[in-house]
Design a protein. Structure first.
Length: 178
C-alpha cells in the first residue's frame, strides 16, 4: 500500500476513534439538573404537568411549567452549549441548549435573554428571565422547560397518548436535584 493511502487510512481511524470517544465521553459527564427558575421549588409547578393531556394543539404537555413573577431569573439547569436562541410561535422567546448525556434543554416563554452572544453556560448561571411570550401571552408568567434526549430511552415508551415520544421527552421533575 502506498504511503498516501496508509496515511489516509490511519487518519480516518484516528478521526473515528476521536468521534467515538467524544460520543461516549458525553455520557460519562455528570449532569446535575437544577430547577431553572431562581428561587423556585416544587410548589411552583403542578406535579402532574408532564404529559398532561389534552394540551392544545400539542396534544400532551411535554415539559413542566414553572410559575414565577415576570422578570425572575431563569438559570441554566445544567452545563450546556446554546445551539438556538430566538423566536418560535408557540414558545415565544426560546433557547435550546445541548448538555451532557446528549440531552437538549428547552426554555420557552422567556421575557428576555441575559446575553445574546454567549454560547456556553455553567449550571446555575442566568440565561434569561421568566416571561409570557409566545402562546403564554395573557397567562400567568412562567418558564416552560423540557428535557429531551437525543438517544432514545425505549423502555420509557408506554400506551399513553403520544407515548412513543416518551423515548425522547424526559420528565424534568424527576431530574431536578432540588
Amino acid at each position: 500500500m502506498s504511503k498516501p493511502k496508509q496515511y489516509l487510512k490511519r487518519t480516518r481511524r484516528l478521526v473515528l476513534a476521536a468521534l467515538l470517544f467524544g460520543f461516549i465521553f458525553a455520557f460519562l459527564v455528570p449532569e446535575p439538573v437544577t430547577i431553572p427558575v431562581h428561587g423556585a421549588s416544587s410548589a411552583d409547578w403542578h406535579q402532574d404537568t408532564f404529559w398532561y393531556e389534552p394540551w392544545g394543539s400539542s396534544g400532551v404537555h411535554k415539559g413542566v411549567d414553572i410559575f414565577a413573577n415576570k422578570g425572575t431569573d431563569v438559570v441554566a439547569a445544567s452545563h450546556h452549549l446554546v445551539i438556538y436562541r430566538g423566536q418560535w410561535p408557540k414558545g415565544g422567546n426560546v433557547m435550546i441548549a445541548l448538555g451532557p448525556k446528549w440531552r437538549l434543554h428547552y426554555y420557552a416563554h422567556l421575557d428576555s435573554f441575559s446575553d445574546s452572544e454567549r454560547r456556553w453556560f455553567s449550571g446555575g448561571e442566568q440565561i434569561g428571565s421568566v416571561g409570557t411570550s409566545g402562546n403564554a401571552q395573557g397567562k400567568a408568567a412562567h418558564l416552560h422547560y423540557s428535557l429531551v434526549t437525543l438517544i432514545p430511552y425505549f423502555w420509557l415508551i408506554d400506551s399513553a397518548p403520544q407515548g412513543a415520544k416518551k423515548a425522547f421527552y424526559l420528565n424534568p421533575i424527576t431530574y431536578f436535584d432540588n
